[in-house]
Ligand binder design. Structure first.
Ligand code: SF4
Length: 271
């Protein structure tokens, strides 16, 4: 490790340790590249630049972003989309539910097409609606740092939401909207074939797992969605409001780390 690498890692470690200082966590940054550490630092110190700092290489505006709705997108068209680009183009012209009427930009998702981990949130918020990108702003910056703490740079994972269009005023998604949009998520997962899904927040967890259980009861175990292992944790936006939840979130991510490192699900099950 050359001096600039050491300095950048030390600064990143200091930032995250300060974030979790109350809980006294020791974080693992050994797997992070220097580039990701610098991105994390920029996001931490200059939130206004977080979007640009976190932008994965080669990720530009999605094809067809902002396009007018075209002919109805059928489930068969979604299921037969050959790759993520073709699927994103369908989302860009989607009018399967009424959310296309009020959205500014669809938020398809972004990240590595061969990601081992897919992060799933609820639905785009205001910043996501404006930028067309998932998990941006302060919550996105915190997500980046949490992932980095288990050796997962943002560009190594895939990040998306259950819904691809923003519900007005961030209201809860309606069941019919979830039903209309879920085929896109299923196809994303089928194309990526992740080893682990992380459901961020109660809505994403309850939707994927088709349960009304409280998030606290779903944490600490490995669930299944369409055959894929699912780990449930708090949404980064909730962590900004409740810093006391950062430690349990970090513990949930440790579960993901152990799964990626080859521990069987029985071995990693908590509680
Ligand atoms: S939320 Fe999903 S189903 Fe509804 S318009 Fe957007 S992309 Fe289409």
């Amino acid at each position: 490790m050359n001096p600039p690498d050491a300095e950048a890692r030390a600064l990143a470690r200091t930032f995250i340790e300060q974030t979790l200082a109350a809980e006294g966590n020791a974080l693992m940054l050994e797997h992070a590249t220097r580039e990701e550490v610098v991105r994390g630092l920029v996001a931490a110190r200059h939130p206004a630049r977080a979007d640009a700092a976190a932008l994965p290489d080669g990720v530009a505006a999605l094809p067809g972003a902002g396009a007018s709705p075209g002919p109805a997108v059928t489930e068969r068209m979604i299921a037969e989309a050959a790759d993520l680009g073709a699927l994103a183009a369908l989302v860009a012209s989607c009018s399967r539910c009424t959310l296309h009427e009020s959205r500014k930009k669809p938020v398809f998702g972004e990240g590595a097409a061969d990601a081992r981990v897919v992060c799933v949130g609820e639905a785009p918020g205001a910043r996501e609606d404006e930028t067309g990108r998932p998990f941006v702003g302060r919550a996105g910056g915190l997500l980046d740092r949490l992932l980095l703490s288990i050796g997962l740079p943002r560009k190594s994972v895939y990040i998306c939401n259950v819904l691809k269009s923003r519900p007005p005023r961030n209201r809860d998604p309606l069941p019919e909207e979830v039903a209309a949009c879920s085929p896109y998520l299923l196809r994303q997962l089928a194309l990526i074939e992740p080893e682990v899904i992380i459901a961020f927040g109660a809505f994403a967890a309850r939707t994927l797992l088709e349960t009304k259980s409280a998030l606290g009861r779903l944490r600490g175990a490995v669930h299944r969605y369409s055959g894929y292992p699912v780990v449930v944790t708090y949404h980064p936006a909730a962590l900004l409001r409740n810093p006391g939840w950062i430690r349990p979130t970090w513990e949930d991510l440790q579960l993901v780390r152990r799964m990626l490192d080859g521990a069987g699900e029985g071995e990693v099950r908590l509680g």
